[in-house]
Design a protein around this ligand. Structure first.
Ligand code: DGJ
Length: 350
């Protein structure tokens, strides 16, 4: 496939007047119907408010996509004396948006909420909540969320788990632990074609990536795991399967600052993994377009069609962070992520 860095013509249609309000959120009365992706720009939901779902992932379930992410509000502060730029916001919770077309997103709710009255709770406002991912367990008919929960200095390094009977919550928080007795920070989930689920997580002080098979109910590690990319300091993992092989997109480890992405491939999900280098192409590809991976969405009903989700962090005002979504284009079987100022699903037909 010939790759071109195109600028698509992307009209926005003004169609909706909305006057409902949800959970006291700010509201705009007019909303555009979005007809293309505009990476890095402010992305508004169907009420006209900027989408607030950072470090997130997308679940497709019964005809609808659900986007879960960190709902970041309020002041960004620097936690003192860490020797690194430990910026954080207070925990608000995990947001959920729904969409039929992956462009126009309706705010559903905060589906896992911060806890205000128990300072020892993992979800207390003073803690850290990052990178929530939700998968559906067809056997238990439960939606299972895993997330990174941490102390404000990031020393706790645990995975938290929550469950719900509905994709739009509420999720009941079960608790946290160190999976396989190992630190767990940046993390994602992946469900294979056979229904087996896996957690990928940065461990050993973010130096080594663990891949941990989950129990059949998806609530715990099964005990079977591998250590990968040993001492290579990979984080922000995002996994997909293409042509019977597994691909892992990840970032380097530079706190909230951007670095070069890397993609790796494996014949078996537990490894061994082989690096294929940087898949990003175009301006600032060496800095992942000033963003960081969080998830890869398989587009439903379109074979071998994937969208890479990245966060464009604003470290001193994390609420203002935006999103970079780009198509994964296979060039002679090699996955590439070319930059587009704007694009739609027709890029997959080129
Ligand atoms: C990079 C991680 O990918 C983010 O999720 C967050 O933990 C920041 N580090 C904190 O600096």
């Amino acid at each position: 496939m010939k790759l071109q860095l195109l600028k698509f013509f992307c009209p926005f249609l003004l169609t909706a007047c909305l006057n409902s309000n949800t959970n006291g959120r700010k509201e705009n009365i007019q909303s555009d119907v979005i007809t293309c992706f505009t990476p890095g720009e402010v992305w508004k939901d169907t009420e006209g408010n900027p989408i607030n779902a950072h470090g997130g992932g997308v679940l497709y379930h019964e005809g609808t996509y659900y986007w879960y992410g960190e709902y970041k509000t309020g002041i960004t502060s620097l936690y003192p004396d860490q020797g690194w730029e430990c910026y954080r916001t207070d925990v608000t919770g995990v947001s959920c948006y729904s969409s039929k077309d992956l462009m126009n997103w309706k705010f559903e709710d905060i589906v896992l909420r911060a806890v205000e009255n128990d300072s020892t709770h993992d979800l207390h406002t003073t803690k850290v909540l990052e990178r929530p991912k939700v998968i559906y367990n067809a056997r238990t008919k439960k939606f299972v969320m895993w997330l990174h929960v941490d102390s404000p200095d990031y020393a706790k390094a645990c995975a938290g788990v929550a469950v719900s009977s509905s994709p739009i919550g509420d999720f009941d928080y079960i608790g946290s632990f160190r999976p396989n007795d190992a630190m767990s920070r940046d993390q994602t989930l992946f469900v294979d074609d056979d229904g087996q689920a896996y957690q990928f997580y940065s461990s050993e002080h973010n130096q080594t990536m663990y891949i941990s098979r989950l129990t059949d109910d998806y609530l715990r590690p099964s005990g079977q795991y591998t250590r990968n990319f040993i001492k290579q300091a990979r984080e922000a993992p995002a996994v997909f399967k293409y042509n019977h092989r597994y691909y892992l997109l990840s970032s380097g480890c530079t706190a909230w600052d951007p670095n070069q992405a890397e993609i790796a491939v494996a014949d078996s999900i537990m490894g061994p993994w082989k690096s294929l280098g940087n898949p990003c192409m175009g301006p600032d590809a060496d800095k992942t377009f000033y963003s960081q991976s969080t998830f890869v969405i398989p587009v439903h009903g379109k074979e071998n069609t994937f969208i890479a989700m990245f966060d464009k962090w604003v470290k001193t005002d994390l609420e203002k962070s935006s999103y970079v979504w780009l198509p994964i284009i296979f060039d002679d079987g090699f996955p590439t992520i070319p930059w587009y100022d704007n694009w739609d699903m027709t890029v997959f037909l080129e």
